[in-house]
Design a binder for this molecule. Structure first.
Ligand code: TTP
Ligand code: MG
Length: 360
C-alpha cells in the first residue's frame, strides 16, 4: 500500500521571526517589503495568522497591509509588526525541519523552503502513518514552530490534505475516502488550476471538483490541452507521480576561500577536486542519485565574483564527470581566457542542481 505525507509549515517566515523575539509572541506579524508608513512599494511575503485576521496575506501590496494594520489600530487592536525578509534565517530553519522529517522517512522530497513530501508506505497502515506524523509535528513544535501535515494515498491528496486544517493541522485521507474528500472542494484546490482555468470553468458553471468530474476526457483536453487527461485523473483522486522527482529548487554546493589569493593552477585544481568530492558525497548522503547541472563560482581578490554553469542533457551519476566539467568551467579563469588582467583568485565554489532521487 502506498502512503504519502505532505508537510507545510504554518506562516513560515513570520513564525520563524516570532520565535526569535519573545516581545513578538502572539502579535500580528508581517514579513515583506518596507511599508514606509504606507508609501512602500513591494508586497507581503507572508503574515502570521493573527495578522491574517486583518486581511493581510502573501502577495498583498505592502501599502495595503499598512492600511489594514492602521485600521486595526484605530479600532483599538494591536497594530502589525512589519519585518524585512531574512532568507538566511529561514533556510537555516528549513534545513532543521527537513532533517527532522528525514529521520522518520527514508524518502523525502523537499518541494519548497517550507514544504516536503515524504514516503510513509513503510508504516503499513494509515494508523501507523498518523502516529509517525504526530511525532514529526511534536519534534517541530519543540523547535518553536508548527507544521500542518496531510496523509494520503498519493502526493495530490497529501498536499490538499495538509492545507485542510491549517494551522497546526493533521488530516488523514484514506484511499477509499479520497474521491469524496475532493468532490466538494473548489477546483482551485487542485494544484495546476490557476485563476485563468478557474475563470474558464466558471463560465461553464464548473466550480467544484464534483462539477469537474462530469466532464469527459475529450472535454477536458479541448479546454486544457495536453493537461486535460492528467486533470481527468486528478479529479478522481488518481496521481502516480513518484516522490523525489527532479527537484528544481534544491541545489547542493560548497565553496572555500584560499589561505592566500592565488593563480597557481595546482593549488586551485586541488581545491576544486576536494570540493567536487565533498559535494558529490553530500549528494549521495541526501538521498539523490544524480544531477544535471554543474555550477562553479570564482571570486577574485577584488571580490568580483563570476559563475559559469553547464547542464548535461542526461543525469550524471559519476563523480569524475563532475570533476571534469568543473575543471573545464574553471580553467578559463586560471589561464587568462576569462581573466585577462590575471587577477589572483580568492575563493572557488562548486554546486550541482537538477538533482534527482529514485521514486517509489
Ligand atoms: P506558504 O507555505 O505558501 O505560506 P506560509 O507558510 O507563510 O503560510 P501557510 O500557513 O498558509 O502555509 O509559503 C511559505 C513561505 O514562502 C512564506 O512563509 C513566505 C514565502 N512566500 C513568499 O515570499 N511570497 C508568497 O507569495 C508566498 C505564497 C510565500
Ligand atoms: Mg507554509
Amino acid at each position: 500500500m502506498r502512503i504519502v505525507g505532505h508537510l507545510d509549515m504554518d506562516a513560515f517566515f513570520a513564525a520563524v521571526e516570532e520565535r526569535g523575539n519573545p516581545d513578538w509572541r502572539g502579535k500580528p506579524i508581517v514579513v515583506g517589503a518596507d511599508p514606509l508608513e504606507g508609501k512602500g512599494r513591494g508586497v507581503v511575503s507572508t503574515a502570521n495568522y493573527k495578522a491574517r485576521e486583518y486581511g493581510i496575506h502573501s502577495a498583498l501590496p505592502i501599502s495595503w497591509a499598512w492600511r489594514y494594520s492602521e485600521e486595526a489600530r484605530k479600532k483599538g487592536l494591536e497594530p502589525a509588526i512589519f519585518l524585512s525578509v531574512n532568507f538566511k534565517r529561514y533556510s537555516a530553519a528549513s534545513k532543521k525541519i527537513m532533517e527532522i522529517v528525514s529521520r522518520y522517512s527514508g524518502l523525502v522530497e523537499q518541494a519548497s523552503i517550507d514544504e516536503a513530501y515524504f514516503d510513509l508506505s513503510f508504516a503499513g497502515s494509515y494508523e501507523a502513518a498518523e502516529k509517525i506524523c504526530r511525532a514529526i509535528k511534536e519534534e517541530i513544535r519543540a523547535t518553536g514552530l508548527t507544521a500542518s501535515v496531510g496523509i494520503g494515498p498519493n502526493k495530490l491528496i497529501a498536499k490538499i490534505a495538509s492545507d485542510r486544517e491549517k494551522p497546526d493541522g493533521l488530516t488523514v485521507v484514506r484511499e477509499d475516502e479520497a474521491e469524496a474528500f475532493l468532490e466538494p472542494l473548489p477546483i482551485r484546490k487542485i494544484p495546476g488550476i490557476g485563476p485563468k482555468a478557474e475563470e474558464k470553468f466558471a463560465r461553464l458553471r464548473v466550480k467544484t471538483v464534483a462539477d469537474l468530474r462530469k466532464l469527459t476526457i475529450a472535454d477536458l483536453e479541448r479546454l486544457m490541452g495536453k493537461w486535460g487527461a492528467d486533470l481527468y485523473r486528478k479529479v478522481r483522486a488518481l496521481d502516480d507521480t513518484p516522490l523525489g522527482e527532479l527537484s528544481e529548487t534544491k541545489s547542493i554546493g560548497e565553496q572555500d576561500t584560499f589561505l592566500h589569493d592565488t593563480l597557481d593552477a595546482t593549488t586551485i585544481l586541488e581545491k576544486l577536486v576536494g570540493l567536487c568530492r565533498s559535494v558529490f558525497s553530500t549528494v549521495a548522503a541526501d538521498g539523490f542519485t544524480s544531477f544535471r547541472t554543474v555550477v562553479i563560482t570564482v571570486r577574485f581578490a577584488d571580490f568580483e565574483t563570476r559563475t559559469r554553469s553547464h547542464t548535461f542533457p542526461e543525469p550524471v551519476t559519476r563523480e569524475q564527470r563532475l570533476e571534469f566539467e568543473a575543471m573545464k568551467l574553471l580553467m578559463p579563469f586560471i589561464d587568462g581566457r576569462e581573466n585577462p588582467g590575471r587577477k589572483p583568485i580568492r575563493l572557488i565554489g562548486v554546486r550541482v542542481e537538477k538533482l534527482a532521487a529514485p521514486g517509489v
